[in-house]
Design a protein around this ligand. Structure first.
Ligand SMILES: [Zn+2]
Length: 232
């Protein structure tokens, strides 16, 4: 039985390179693949899947409104497709992920999706969330942070090079993204050090502080409740 695969990673991990290599392997054996990529890249990468090491292939574009099951079935009926490859799979709608699952389940054509797991704010993309939920096989494509740890997060940088901490989930320019480990991502996003780092190391002074500050302090909340801190 054909499977639905999801290979996920941070930015610049080589997902597109792996996709193109896998597609090439099929073609080398005389098999036919269907390549799809999001139309959200239309302005910069018109119908192409490109990798940073210079490999590229033309691809059909999908819109959020497209029925991908119908699209694949239509193509498959004309000429047999042996595997469907989907790049930028984070931009799939949840319904489209189900359509691709049906391609595997009902047309018996394997579907390999490649995409980002989370956006620059550390939130799952809807397409990635659905894929993580229902794909048969999950694979993490590894890349590394500047510190050498595995990079699992991305930050978006503005034209001035400064890290952007708010805004639209779908910002496209790949060059604007940097992959980081979780630790350095939190620092770049201004989430660490925490708001009152000095106080977190001085729990004794807690009772003299305003109650509001004590109540919002994560360490205070994690600790067994003390009557003095709990009282309003
Ligand atoms: Zn790091």
């Amino acid at each position: 039985m054909a499977k639905l695969y999801f290979s996920y990673a941070a930015m610049n991990a080589g997902k597109s390179t792996i996709l193109l290599q896998a597609s090439y392997n099929y073609q080398e054996r005389g098999m036919r693949t269907l390549l799809l990529t999001s139309s959200l890249h239309l302005t910069t990468e018109n119908g192409w899947i490109t990798s940073r090491i210079g490999v590229h292939a033309s691809a059909d574009l999908y819109d959020p409104d497209d029925d991908l099951y119908a699209l694949v079935r239509r193509t498959h009926r004309k000429t047999r497709i042996d595997c469907v490859f989907v790049d930028e799979a984070q931009f799939l709608t949840p319904e489209q992920v189900w359509q691709l699952a049906r391609v595997a389940d009902r047309l018996d054509v394997p579907v390999m999706c490649f995409g980002l797991r989370t956006d620059f704010q550390g939130k799952l993309f809807p397409g990635s969330a659905e894929l993580l939920a229902i794909a048969d096989t999950l694979r993490e494509v590894r890349t590394i942070c500047h510190c050498g740890r595995k990079a699992t997060m991305v930050v978006r940088k503005g034209p001035d090079g400064a890290v952007v901490t708010a805004g639209d989930q779908i910002g496209i320019e790949k060059a604007m993204y940097v992959s980081l480990c979780r630790r350095h991502w939190e620092e770049e996003m201004g989430r660490w050090p925490a708001v009152t780092p000095a106080r977190s190391r001085a729990p004794r002074s807690q009772e003299t502080r305003p109650k509001k500050a004590a109540a919002t302090h994560p360490r205070t909340q994690a600790r067994p409740a003390r009557p003095a801190a709990k009282r309003r």
